[in-house]
Design a protein around this ligand. Structure first.
Ligand SMILES: [Zn+2]
Length: 383
């Protein structure tokens, strides 16, 4: 049954007609959300506030989006600076690869001659840089430099330092908006979510209607081999509570109280997806949270360190495994391209039998450093 669409915006009460009916992602698209709802907020509210809230959340979760390789409707997640535990900085790119984070261009005067170092991601970018240099330094031999260009592939030798926290008023509002949008999509009237509405409209941020939820695992028979994004909705006129559980990337877990005066039908709904391809995951959320656990979560005492660590121990290996297989894919692809190019085999052409051994050897030339890196990292003792 399709719920009837609300006629007014949940945030400003503008009427939702025609162009003003914004299609709002329930889980922000910036972290891989797909499903939209049309009867929730107006275009203006979506542009003015919703996008800012979601952008802050997406920024804080960007490492997870980059490493798992989520797909979004508009472009890839932006690259970001990451740091190894030894303090070296790298750019993490949306294909999961790393790129040295040092200055891309430097000039050094050595006894009257200029030493120029450039680091770029692609050959095309390097050529662009070299042309710029030749304009500035007419004696510079562009042709010679182009012939001497080399592509270097390095692998990180030290583990990365990753922040596992999520916070701040904008990201918090994004979470509440997601729960609210899901309730709206499930047919709950916008005006029935008093707690969420109060919080989203109040600049003073009193009565925060959500809290970290690590006192128990609210997912029933959690899948061991995949992480997911989920948002649920639970309404019970007996307790008068309407609330939602949200989990992102397996690690970030919160409960949002939408209303404490709920009088509608019993609700138990979950929307859950694999953030990588948007496919449905089908998890179940426990709706019978004890009143004691509920009030501890909402009073900001829902962080149990042991359970929090268990959440990280569950999600991080899955995420890193995913990162590793993406890397391996791209290394193999590069190896293949390298071998084909060296032997003059064009795209789509078959590899001649007599060249097969040479082809494999050339491929391995590119792949071996990665294998060596994998072997090294698996022998490194954990910090
Ligand atoms: Zn509005």
């Amino acid at each position: 049954m399709q719920p009837s669409l609300s006629q007014t915006c949940a945030l400003c009460e503008a009427s939702l007609t025609g162009k003003n009916r914004s299609k709002e992602h329930i889980i922000p698209n910036a972290i891989g959300g797909r499903k939209k709802t049309a009867g929730f907020i107006c275009n203006k509210c979506n542009n003015k506030r919703g996008e800012r809230w979601d952008a802050d959340l997406a920024k804080q979760l960007n490492w997870f989006s980059l490493v798992t390789g989520i797909s979004r409707q508009h472009g890839a997640p932006p690259k970001q600076i990451v740091q190894t535990v030894e303090g070296d900085k790298y750019w993490l790119l949306s294909d999961g690869s790393f790129f040295p984070g040092g200055p891309p261009y430097s000039e050094e005067d050595i006894n009257g001659s200029v030493k120029i170092s450039i680091t770029t991601k692609t050959i095309a970018e390097a050529k662009q840089h070299l042309k710029g240099i030749s304009r500035k330094h007419p004696k510079f031999d562009v042709e010679k430099a182009l012939n001497e260009l080399e592509i270097k592939t390095d692998y990180l030798k030290s583990p990365l330092h990753v922040s596992l926290s999520l916070g701040g008023p904008d990201a918090g509002r994004s979470l509440v908006k997601t729960a609210y949008a899901f309730a709206s999509a499930c047919g709950v009237a916008n005006s029935a979510c008093n707690k969420a509405l109060q919080y989203l409209l109040d600049d003073k941020l009193e009565n925060i209607p959500f809290g970290l939820a690590y006192l128990s695992d609210l997912i029933q028979s959690r899948p061991k081999d995949k992480i997911f994004h989920c948002v649920s909705l639970h309404g019970d006129p007996g307790t008068k509570l309407l609330w939602s559980y949200i989990e992102y990337f397996g690690i970030f877990r919160v409960v949002v109280l939408l209303s404490d005066a709920y009088s509608g039908q019993i609700k138990n709904e979950v929307y859950s997806i694999d953030p990588i391809d948007g496919s449905s995951v089908g998890v179940k959320v426990k709706s019978d949270v004890t009143p004691e656990e509920f009030s501890r979560i909402l009073s900001g005492n829902g962080l149990n360190h042991e359970n929090y660590r268990a959440a990280a121990d569950y999600a991080l290996p899955i995420i890193l495994q995913r990162a590793q297989s993406r890397n391996l894919d791209s290394v193999v692809r590069d190896g293949f391209d390298h071998a084909a190019k060296s032997l003059g085999i064009k795209e789509g052409e078959e590899i001649p039998k007599e060249k097969a051994a040479e082809f494999t050897a050339l491929m391995m030339e590119k792949i071996s450093p990665y294998i060596a890196h994998l072997v090294q990292s698996s022998h490194r003792s954990p910090p």
